[in-house]
Design a protein around this ligand. Sequence first.
Ligand SMILES: [Zn+2]
Length: 354
Amino acid sequence: MAIMPSTAPDPAHRAGPSRTILGQVRSQPTAVATLERALATGRVHHAYLFDGPDGVGKELAAFGLAQALVCEVRGSSPAAGAAPEACGECSACKRTSPREGHARPLHPDVVVLERGLYEPAQIGRRTPEAQELSIDQVRTLVLARAAFPPHEGRAKVFIVRRADELSISATNALLKTLEEPGKGTHFILLCSRPDTLLPTIRSRTLRVRFAPLPDTVVTELLVARGTAQETAGTLAALSGGSMATALALADPEESSKRQQFVEKALAAVESPDLGTGLELAEEAKKNKDVLEISLQALAIRLAEEARRTAANGDRHADVAAARYRLALSAAQELDANASPQLTVESMIVRMRSV
Ligand SMILES: [Zn+2]
């Protein structure tokens, strides 16, 4: 439970855990308390860096803070910050809520920046943003609006997804605004690898840390979305506390691609020569977006095999368990930015010698 300041309104005002977006953030008591305190004291920082693994609630918390800042009811309160929370019911609150199947909310003062989110023509480009969040997006969405007050008069909130993808020129273009944004303008940068951000960005933002979710919470959220209890538990244990990873592991549409990887990896381990393994490593270079999750799927398969064979008193269980650990550590190496091709190649070589 978040620590509430003594100026907290009547508890009835807080009834219903999911009425506000911030109220829907799970298992992040420190981060949520920091934001609630800022709202309650009227001292919301103008530039936050929400840092933590993907799929742990950073984005939900960003929309939650934005909702409180643009809320019509909270905004009309005479005393600065008298209400720490959004009302969750006014038109502004509803239009800030994330929409299923849409990457952006409807509210014109809650602006999302993300690599590839906009058509090139919308941000004055000829080519798509393949690698980086471009300076064109920063110019069109942020700088061009900097001089104007919020459309609806309360606050302007810029949420930057995967801030580590900002190009150097986009970062430099953003710095001055980040340091001295206009009145009522706030930035929330989301990032899972803050060490890769330029120091100039880190020094201008206030860091709020988000922790991995407990396995029990990931399990519960998966079960609520229809995954069977036992499967949910296994996926949660492999998710590293990330709901994004757990959902990708549970997604049947993605699972056939992962299945192919798993089958090919197992074949490469048993194959008389290294040909299949080298092929798989070569493919890994092209499919690096799904590679980590494929390695986790391989780990699940090997864990199940170890469990099954151990029950029969089979010696093969030790081999499967050792290979399971190799698959897991390959996934971790990849997470630490190792080369996809080398990671897969060395994993196969080591699995073959178990
Ligand atoms: Zn409201």
